[in-house]
Design a protein. Structure first.
Length: 96
């Protein structure tokens, strides 16, 4: 799963990322650093794993968000993420 390309989704644009993460914990940590650089702060993150894809969404205290995506087709992965979100299948964690 983790050998696919990583993507950044921010302000409705998808851009490739030059990162390597081999575990979900690695991905969360690398994504957190990227999200803090873009958003300034992160109050929570949410993640979805399915179809050999991983999407992690980071939220700032003023409700701006950025996602990192590990998928062969990031647009299709985003659609599955939104479907999972509507079905209540996304796991979120608050950051203290």
């Amino acid at each position: 799963m983790m050998i696919m390309t990583w993507w950044l989704y921010y302000l409705d644009e998808i851009m490739p990322l030059d990162i390597s993460a081999y575990t979900i914990d690695d991905a969360i940590g690398l994504g957190m650093a990227i999200a803090k650089e873009i958003l300034g702060n992160v109050k929570r993150y949410c993640f979805y794993e399915g179809n050999s894809e991983l999407i992690i969404e980071y939220w700032s205290s003023d409700d701006k968000a950025v996602k990192i995506i590990n998928a062969g087709e990031p647009r299709s992965a985003l659609m599955r993420y939104y479907e999972a979100e509507r079905a209540g299948l996304i796991t979120c964690k608050e950051i203290n």
